[in-house]
Ligand binder design. Structure first.
Ligand code: ATP
Ligand code: MG
Ligand code: MG
Length: 561
């Protein structure tokens, strides 16, 4: 009888026809597949999926794929990957699968539009785009009715069918809702519902020469899927009357059943030192400023993943950001602090020298090796020990030696005693220089009775404690060290071009030396490099033979310093 959509692809309401809906509430996360998801989307994903889970409800992943020119399958795949990786799912044991595409509703949308025209709620407008814009009015001035507003229903029906058949060129006409050209809310001044686009769609191909507008498609998608709470960002607040108007009119035609979904707005989340807009992030990719959407400097979900953020750290961050009606600008330091808190209790420790200089222990024999070990985690003895050796030549951090020492410098300087972590106390004896005065290597002597973990360890008091790697068993590693991509905390504030604000030093690549256990690292495994920071084995480039690590973040907040 035309009341239901049985047999039409993707219409959930039909699939559940006659059954009680198992979900008490239904939410949806509705990305447009025109780019990779970013940290702002993560907030919306967490909110929608967690809210549904909290109330024994369900959350739909729905692709809002109604703008064929900008969308593609690569983005669909990347979005699915990101939402899954964050830990959310749309498939249930009872067989329900809540993965939807707006494009699956194109026929349904079209049928509903015909009904709206028949009921006198929509008309085909043959004005040009410029005329429509001019006649829309302003905030202070009402709009003017189109000369086509009162064309007979039969004529609008005929023209709309011709639009659908591809008989008219782009821009020749549009379908508009008939609401009120004098409304103080400009969104209600006969908004456009459909336009002609002779564009290829990544899923429907060339089947459709007309495409629905967001304000038409979105409420219908929500209603067809029986969404109860349609959460969106604040800029859609002024669209809510249109959302309600449209669903009420369609319900009157008998094509939708109550209860109808409700739109609820919350604030966008923004983060300092980055941008949360797919369009602007795409410009960074297109201009070659980053290596791709998943460059570790990008605050896309894929970029954060490659940078070493765990799903738990992103979810915790979103939870802390909370939900509000006031627009949020969160400090990047908060995101970094969250990942530190999540990684600190969960990741193994390693010694890695990031800026190497040689230390020679003059009272050791070149062939001598002393076996040393250290806990994989200071609070998890059950994780066991890592083993490495002490030999005559070691690598230490360049900054752990200084000849003229600032006050409070407890590291190596001639005459000073320092502990080699998980090893022995050494006394610095001097340095070798090349002809230009550059330091070639540092010399010291070790105190054999001071081995860490033995009764003699504390016999000599030292204030400094430095990490080291033996040259005899060191593994070279590529270290990728990142700084914010932008110089300005609000790179796109006040309409400025974020591309004019790029930090030229956002990526530094170095060769470091690591203790042998680094060979066990798997891609995407995070570590704390003692005294240096949190690092992750690169998802794509890391191998056991050629270790490549990205710095997730420093050990302490150093943001903007
Ligand atoms: P962009 O401008 O980056 O493309 P968008 O809002 O147009 O963002 P969509 O793909 O339409 O991107 O977004 C999907 C969902 O994510 C929407 O429901 C939107 O409200 C939400 N969302 C997008 N950006 C943010 C953000 N910064 N904070 C919170 N939610 C966001
Ligand atoms: Mg959008
Ligand atoms: Mg957008």
């Amino acid at each position: 009888d035309g009341r239901r959509w049985a047999g039409r692809p993707g219409v959930a309401a039909v699939q559940r026809e006659g059954q009680a809906d198992p979900a008490r509430i239904r939410t949806r996360f509705p990305p447009e597949p025109n780019g990779f998801l970013h940290i702002g989307h993560a907030k919306s994903i967490c909110l929608n999926f967690e809210l549904a889970a909290d109330y024994a409800g369900r959350c739909h992943l729905r692709f809002d794929d109604t703008n064929p020119e900008k969308e593609n399958q690569e983005y669909v795949d990347a979005i699915i990957d990101s939402v899954r990786w964050l830990g959310f799912d749309w498939q249930f044991d009872d067989g329900e699968c809540n993965l939807y595409y707006a494009s699956d509703y194109f026929e349904t949308f079209y049928q509903i539009a015909l009904k709206l025209i028949e009921a006198g709620h929509a008309y085909v407008d043959s004005q040009t785009g410029d005329q429509i814009r001019e006649n829309r009015g302003t905030l202070t001035e009402p709009g003017r009715n189109s000369p086509f507003r009162d064309r007979p229903v039969a004529e609008s029906l005929q023209l709309f069918r011709e639009m659908r058949e591809g008989k008219h060129p782009e821009g020749a006409m549009v379908l508009r809702a008939k609401i009120d050209m004098a409304s103080p809310n400009i969104n209600l001044r006969d908004p456009i519902l459909y336009r002609i686009r002779l564009a290829h769609h990544h899923r429907t191909g060339d089947a459709w020469p007309i495409y629905p507008m967001y304000d038409y498609a979105h409420p219908l998608e929500d209603a067809l899927e029986r969404i109860t709470h349609s959460l969106c960002t604040l800029e859609f607040e002024d669209h809510r009357p249109l959302y309600d108007w449209l669903l009420a009119r369609v319900a009157e035609t008998g094509l939708l059943d109550a209860p109808l979904p409700r739109q609820i707005e919350f604030a966008r989340m923004n983060l300092t030192y980055t941008i949360t807009s797919k369009r602007k992030l795409k410009a960074l990719v297109d201009e070659g400023i980053v290596t791709g959407w998943d460059d570790p400097r990008m605050t896309t979900i894929a970029g954060l993943r490659r940078r070493g953020y765990s799903p738990a750290s992103i979810r915790l961050f979103c939870e802390r950001a909370g939900v509000s009606k006031a627009n949020q600008l969160i400090d990047m330091a908060v995101l970094e602090q969250t990942v530190r808190e999540v990684l600190d209790p969960t990741v193994n420790r390693l010694h890695v020298i990031t800026d190497p200089i040689r230390l020679v222990i003059d009272n050791m024999d070149p062939a001598e090796r002393i076996a040393c070990s250290a806990p994989r985690h200071p609070h998890h003895p059950e994780w066991g020990q890592r083993s490495f050796e002490l030999s005559r030549e070691l690598w230490i951090e360049r900054e752990d030696f200084a000849e003229t020492t600032p006050k409070g410098f407890f590291r190596l300087t001639p005459g000073q005693l320092v502990r080699l972590r998980h090893g022995f106390v050494v006394r610095c004896t001097g340095v070798d220089r090349d002809e230009n005065g550059e330091i070639l290597q540092v010399h010291c002597e070790y105190l054999p009775d001071t081995r860490s973990g033995t009764p003699g360890a504390d016999s000599v008091k030292v204030k400094g404690n430095i990490h080291w790697v033996s040259a005899s068993d060191a593994v070279p590693v590529e270290l990728r060290i990142f700084a914010p991509l932008f110089l300005d905390a609000q790179p796109d504030a006040g309409g400025q071009d974020p591309l004019a604000n790029i930090n030229p030093d956002s990526k530094v690549v170095r060769t470091g030396y690591a203790e042998p256990e680094i060979r066990e690292a798997r891609p995407e495994q995070q570590f704390q490099f003692e005294r240096q920071g949190y690092y992750v084995a690169d998802r794509y480039d890391h191998t056991a033979d050629r270790p490549v690590f990205n710095r997730v973040t420093t050990l302490k907040d150093s943001f903007g310093k």
